[in-house]
Design a protein around this ligand. Structure first.
Ligand code: DLL
Length: 439
């Protein structure tokens, strides 16, 4: 696994000048395509006084209006699609900030490119046709399962599409089928490592050599623990539903930042307050522009992830800029057991069920598993001191939240006026996981 391998060597190692030239050309074409095909975005451009003739190359990027998650909500479900729906062959979705999910789509060509970009990740960590790729990311509307699946199929690996859950069975399948590369969230990898040892085995029980972990923050400390407990090299992968899913950026064997697939995306860092572009190397909000996508091509999408870009040449020989691990968010999105959760979604459910928005979200980690509790204040009319009544109400709320959030929360109803009021911003979230490296 020490020799550097590339899936698209010529592209992954092209000179920075060539990359920038390609990006500039693609930006001009793509901006025109989106302007012509997405009415909502065209109106945004008209308001900003920008036409396709104004965007000729990378130097004009700053003129291109931003998009953000609220734009997806405002146009739900298909208002930002640029291709006719008859050409859309797949939909995926992720959490919106309130009741509705956000929906994205792919043409056949988009899927082909997505598979290629994930294939770059796999080959960069040494994967080949000889590998058995165990995909324990969730399959379904979440992009993790099918995203890694497409990339591993492109490389010609033997794919084991097991999806998440049933942890002891995952260990048995990894052992019996001879899985060599594990793909899942880092917290699930840690949990699998722990389960392996709880089942009385050590790393020699498995044939694993590497893992591709992402979709949530994880620290260098977690990387070391996972590598030790599973006897593997652990690699990071970044992506987001709005831009493509996994494979927007990928780590190589240097394990020192994730290469952004710059032939298909432009990445910038901006000052989240002013929206001004920052020089490469400054910490800021990551913003991505899709250069080739046809079905759902977002221009200058504000991710709300904070990160740093590094243009130094990497020891692997790749020239694509590297992004750091996300170092936090500019909004209040939490990622719990790999699922994106907004406090506003929780509020939506509480209001639907007649509870006031006095609640507290408590997130922690026990035995490598995220714990997720929501304390909700009862109103005097809902108050009861009969335990069975309270349990029934808790179960009702828990089911409603699970159906919206796609993960289970422990709901604890508490007596009226017992959640501390705040004089400034309400402290809604207590998260004790420490998932960001403090560099
Ligand atoms: O998490 C896509 C994905 C699937 C990435 C599998 C990697 C592997 P969303 O559910 O839309 O998409 O969540 C996107 O997750 O804005 C980040 O805040 C966070 N995130 C994704 N990858 C990483 C990572 C998928 N490697 C949001 N490290 C993003 C830290 C990550 N945070």
């Amino acid at each position: 696994m020490s020799e550097n391998k590339y899936y698209h060597k010529d592209i992954e190692t092209m000179s920075v000048e060539q990359i920038k030239e390609l990006q500039g050309k693609r930006l001009a074409e793509q901006f025109r395509y989106v302007y012509e095909n997405v009415e909502y975005y065209r109106n945004r451009c008209i308001e900003a006084g920008v036409t396709p003739d104004d965007v000729k190359g990378l130097e004009d990027l700053h003129k291109v209006p931003f998009t953000c998650k609220d734009d997806l909500r405002a146009t739900y479900p298909y208002g930002l699609f640029a291709a006719p729906l008859k050409d859309v062959v797949r939909l995926h979705a992720s959490s919106g900030t309130t009741g509705k999910q956000i929906v994205v789509g792919y043409t056949k060509e988009d899927l082909d490119i997505w598979d290629d970009l994930v294939a770059r990740q796999l080959v960069a960590i040494g994967a080949s046709k000889d590998d058995f790729v165990h995909i324990a990311y969730g399959y379904g509307l979440f992009t993790g399962g099918l995203g890694l699946h497409g990339g591993a199929s492109k490389v010609g690996c033997t794919v084991i599409p097991i999806s998440a859950g049933n942890t002891p069975r995952q260990i048995t399948v990894m052992h019996d089928f001879g899985s060599t590369i594990l793909c899942c969230t880092p917290s699930y990898a840690a949990y699998l490592g722990e389960t392996l040892h709880d089942m009385g085995h050590d790393t020699s029980y498995l044939n694993l050599k590497a893992g591709i972990f992402g979709a949530e923050p994880w620290t260098e400390g977690m990387r070391k623990d996972i590598e030790k407990s599973l006897g593997i090299k652990a690699y990071d992968i970044y992506g987001l539903t709005e831009i493509m899913g996994p494979g927007v950026a990928y780590e190589c064997q240097a394990q020192n930042g994730m290469h952004v697939n710059e032939d298909h995306f432009i990445v910038e860092t901006i000052d989240p307050e002013t929206g001004k572009q920052l020089p490469e190397g400054s910490k800021g909000e990551l913003v991505f522009t899709c250069l080739t996508k046809k079905a759902f091509p977002l221009m200058r999408f504000r991710t709300k992830d904070i990160g740093v870009l590094n243009r130094e040449v990497c020891s692997c020989g790749r020239t694509f800029v590297r992004m750091s691990k996300p170092m936090g968010r500019t909004d209040d999105m939490l990622i719990i057991r790999g699922v994106n959760v907004f406090p506003s979604q929780i509020e939506t459910v509480l209001l639907q069920y007649g509870y006031p928005p006095n609640y507290q979200i408590i997130v922690g980690r026990e035995n490598n598993n995220d714990t997720f509790e929501v304390k909700v204040e009862m109103t005097p009319d809902k108050f009861s001191d009969v335990i069975a009544d309270i349990r029934k109400k808790e179960a009702e709320l828990s089911n409603a939240m699970q159906s919206l959030l796609q993960i289970k929360a422990k709901i604890t109803l508490v007596a009226p006026k017992t959640i501390q009021r705040s004089e400034g911003k309400a402290k809604r979230v207590i998260d004790t996981r420490n998932l960001i490296d403090n560099k």
